[in-house]
Design a protein around this ligand. Structure first.
Ligand code: UD1
Length: 372
């Protein structure tokens, strides 16, 4: 018996997944040939970290919410693993669609691989070379188990080849996160975000900070805040605070917040507006390194390494680490008017989701006749 639609199970768990999955779901829906079950693991659950993004980005209500919440890496991963296994047995999809490198991604990949359900991994091949980062482990495991590795930049392809991933599994398609950025830029430009916050275009810096390597160690965190406060005395530093970082300020720094302009985590569109008008951005996020490169806004990355080298080779990104002196030196250069210019990488053109859907359709249509 031949069915007409390709069944997919698409999974999201944490904030950076939502903007990657949104254009994929839209593209799959438009084609009318896919039947997608959307699963939210609930790794991120606060409205400001999760539900608000669904509404803003037009992501449909998840069909299933596993509500795994917070926990140790093992607990979080294990709960997703059990929940996804049950769903895969019930739904029998032709493939699972995974994005990024969070704990939910790796857990779902393990569940799928054991049940022989092919995995499509979007944003494959990124490697920081730093196995102390939980995301690095998640990336390696997920890519190893994937049938389709959809990459964003040439280094991704090379990393996968070096790890012995077969050539036919590697597909350079561009960057779905930039699909979302391009699709929403005009909407963000209409917002009164700057007016509401009494900011002037080009006259503030924007900061995000949440990596365990920066925020879980009181000494590093205090040193970073010291440098950032110094910058703030010259140019307002806006700081939407991630829940992990709030907890660190409370538990590790005795509850005294840094003397910066603190905000709640921002929605996608407000944050896009804030990024696009900033003098520069300071961050330890992965996605923001890419978004600032796409926007042509200078970015100082508060890490020792990056899994996204193209943002440095081609884009506006500079790796500065977490030492006060280096952060201040790099900020000073920008304030003195010598910010690095950049170019937008190849295939970061707003059409990555369409390339991915083309490949999945080509490869999965034959499966319909066989599995029935
Ligand atoms: C996770 C991802 C990281 C991603 C980041 C973006 C992993 C290993 N890490 O890190 O790759 O860059 O999300 O945000 O998957 N919390 C809340 N409310 C929420 C979500 C989390 O209060 O909605 C708290 C939790 O109690 C937890 C802390 O924030 O203690 C960290 O959450 P967790 O999902 O463990 O990791 P992140 O640091 O957010």
């Amino acid at each position: 018996m031949e069915r007409s639609k390709i069944r997919l199970l698409a999974l999201v768990g944490a904030r950076p997944n939502f903007m990657k999955m949104a254009p994929l779901l839209r593209e799959l829906e438009t084609r009318g040939r896919f039947e997608t079950t959307l699963v939210h693991t609930g790794q991120h659950y606060d409205a400001s970290m999760s539900g608000d993004f669904f509404r803003e980005l037009g992501i449909p209500e998840p069909d299933v919410n596993l509500a795994v919440g917070s926990g140790s890496h093992a607990a979080q991963t294990a709960q997703v693993l059990v929940g996804v296994e049950e769903l895969l047995i019930e739904k029998r999809p032709e493939a699972v669609l995974l994005v990024g490198d969070v704990n939910s991604t790796v857990a779902a990949s393990l569940a799928a691989a054991k049940l022989l359900v092919p995995i499509a991994h979007v944003e494959a091949g990124l490697r920081s070379g730093d196995r102390t980062m939980p995301e690095e482990i998640n990336r390696i495991v997920t890519d190893t188990l994937s049938t389709w590795c959809f990459t964003t930049e040439p280094a991704g392809d090379e990393n996968l080849r070096r790890e012995g991933i077969a050539e036919e599994k590697i597909h350079r398609v561009g960057n779905v996160m930039i699909d979302t950025l391009r699709a929403n830029q005009a909407r963000a430009d209409e917002l009164d975000t700057l007016e509401r916050l009494s900011l002037e275009s080009g006259r503030y810096a924007l900061l995000t900070l949440h990596r365990p390597s920066n925020v879980d160690d009181p000494k590093t965190l205090a040193e970073l805040f010291g440098a950032l406060e110094e910058i703030h005395r010259e140019l307002p530093v806006l700081f939407p605070v991630h829940p992990r970082t709030s907890a660190a300020i409370r538990d590790l720094l005795g509850g005294t917040p840094p003397a910066l302009r603190l905000l709640e985590p921002q929605g996608y569109l407000d944050f896009l507006r804030l990024m696009s008008q900033a003098k520069f951005v300071l961050t330890d996020s992965g996605g923001i390194q890419e978004e600032t490169t796409a926007l042509g806004i200078p970015c100082l990355t508060l890490r020792e390494n990056t899994e996204r080298p193209i943002t440095i080779e081609k884009g506006t990104n500079v790796l500065v680490g977490s030492r006060a002196e280096a952060v201040l030196r790099a900020a000073r250069r920008i304030l003195d008017g010598t910010a690095k210019a950049g170019q937008v990488p190849e295939l970061w053109d707003g059409h990555a989701a369409s390339r991915i859907a083309d490949i999945l359709e080509r490869d999965l249509r034959p499966a319909l006749t066989v599995r029935g």
